[in-house]
Design a protein around this ligand. Structure first.
Ligand SMILES: Cc1cc2nc3c(=O)[nH]c(=O)nc-3n(C[C@H](O)[C@H](O)[C@H](O)COP(=O)(O)OP(=O)(O)OC[C@H]3O[C@@H](n4cnc5c(N)ncnc54)[C@H](O)[C@@H]3O)c2cc1C
Length: 141
């Protein structure tokens, strides 16, 4: 059974490891696709913003971690999904699946609130690694 998991953060990684544990090696063929090559421990982003940790210190390389568990890892962004033909399209090729798990997280719609930073007004977001680094630069001025 070809299992495709999109997203390799808490949701995607936990799903991949849990399925690997529950299915026998003959039953499973697991591939994880993520647009980020590293797992970042998001709850530690405030430390990055305040300068007490670097992003490297709170993240690790996904490829090596999945390889050790015999899980295929693809570093690519998903651009389209075709449920009818069971195919996922990425900027690095197409992938067929029997079972698809979508674990791409949430997106904050701060822009929907006029005056709310960082899109429309002052303020910083600590929701993602780039935003935390941007906050650190701003705080250290
Ligand atoms: C500052 C902060 C502190 C927090 N503290 C806690 C805490 O103490 N306890 C707690 O339980 N939760 C905490 N949270 C919430 C927690 O971090 C999130 O609930 C968690 O990260 C959600 O995990 P996820 O796997 O669902 O999605 P995400 O972490 O958002 O990961 C999404 C994954 O999908 C991938 N992806 C997205 N789109 C695509 C695409 N098009 N193609 C390929 N890959 C894609 C990304 O690369 C990533 O791998 C905190 C959050 C923040 C911001």
């Amino acid at each position: 059974m070809k299992i495709l998991i999109v997203g390799a953060s808490f949701g995607g990684m936990t799903t991949a490891y849990e399925l690997r544990k529950r299915l026998s090696s003959g039953q499973r063929d697991i591939t994880v696709i993520s647009k980020d090559p590293r797992f970042t421990f998001i709850p530690s982003l405030p430390w990055v913003a305040l300068g007490s940790r670097s992003l490297d210190q709170i993240s690790f390389d996904l490829a090596g971690s999945f390889a050790r568990k015999d899980i295929e890892f693809v570093h690519a962004g998903v651009t389209r999904i075709e449920p009818e033909t069971r195919q996922v399209f990425t900027d690095a090729g197409e992938y067929a699946y029997d079972v698809l798990v979508i674990a791409t997280g949430h997106r904050s719609a701060n822009e929907a609130v006029p005056g709310l930073g960082p899109f429309d007004g002052p303020g910083h977001s600590l929701m993602s690694p780039p935003e935390a680094e941007k906050a650190r630069s701003a705080f250290s001025i």
